[in-house]
Design a protein around this ligand. Structure first.
Ligand SMILES: C[S@@+](CC[C@H](N)C(=O)[O-])C[C@H]1O[C@@H](n2cnc3c(N)ncnc32)[C@H](O)[C@@H]1O
Length: 196
């Protein structure tokens, strides 16, 4: 039996096994909508309590079609937002359901395979969105980040993230990181959980 280890699968398995406090959930980088479909199917997540964000209009169109396939018309209840996740604080303030906070947020950094590589996440907006998001996370909830240091911009973003995470260690967060050993610039997964 061959076993191909998938970091995304590992992350999804972990998140499926966890219990989360009640609150809204966010996909901060929708792309093709794979993580979004995963989120929408988690038992504690209702599509109406799910916000889906991307800067690319095409990504949202594609993801919406994909979600309609995966979860049917409930996909229309998702809060779709076109724009940078750096705007997250304003969007959460304007969303009545978010008043009790955010239980789970997912980032999949980098660019969408097969589309414009210039539309990649950038260290500055990634970090400012994280700073804006953190106060909204409910104790026991968390932020999942898939990071890809394999391309030039991703390497820079990863270094900035690592530096920033060192500062978070002293705060009310538990931090985990998982990567394959022995592979240079391997993608890695970060899980930030707010202390409960
Ligand atoms: C690696 S892809 C996400 C893949 C997606 N999670 C999936 O499962 O298909 C990264 C996405 O982030 C988006 N993006 C880039 N900068 C962004 C920003 N500032 N705010 C929100 N989305 C952004 C890109 O348009 C791209 O679709």
């Amino acid at each position: 039996v061959s076993f191909r280890f998938s970091l995304t699968h590992f992350c999804h398995q972990f998140l499926t096994s966890k219990t989360f406090p009640a609150g809204v959930s966010l996909d901060m980088t929708v792309g093709k909508g794979k993580d979004l479909a995963f989120l929408a199917k988690l038992t504690h997540v209702k599509p109406s309590a799910l916000m889906a964000i991307d800067v690319q209009p095409d990504a949202l169109v594609q993801a919406k079609a994909y979600l309609l396939q995966e979860i049917g018309h409930e996909a229309e209840q998702i809060e779709w937002r076109l724009g940078s996740h750096a705007l997250i604080d304003a969007w959460l303030r304007q969303w009545p359901l978010a008043k009790d906070g955010v239980s789970l947020a997912m980032y999949n950094l980098g660019y969408l395979p097969g589309s414009d590589k210039k539309l990649t996440t950038m260290a500055d907006s990634t970090l400012s969105s994280l700073e804006a998001l953190m106060p909204w996370i409910i104790p026991g909830g968390g932020i999942s980040l898939m990071v890809y240091p394999g391309h030039e911009n991703g390497r820079f973003e990863s270094q900035a993230l690592q530096f920033w995470l060192q500062g978070i260690l002293a705060q009310d967060w538990h931090l985990w990181q998982t990567a394959r050993l022995g592979a240079e610039h391997a993608p890695y997964w970060v899980w930030m959980q707010k202390n409960s």
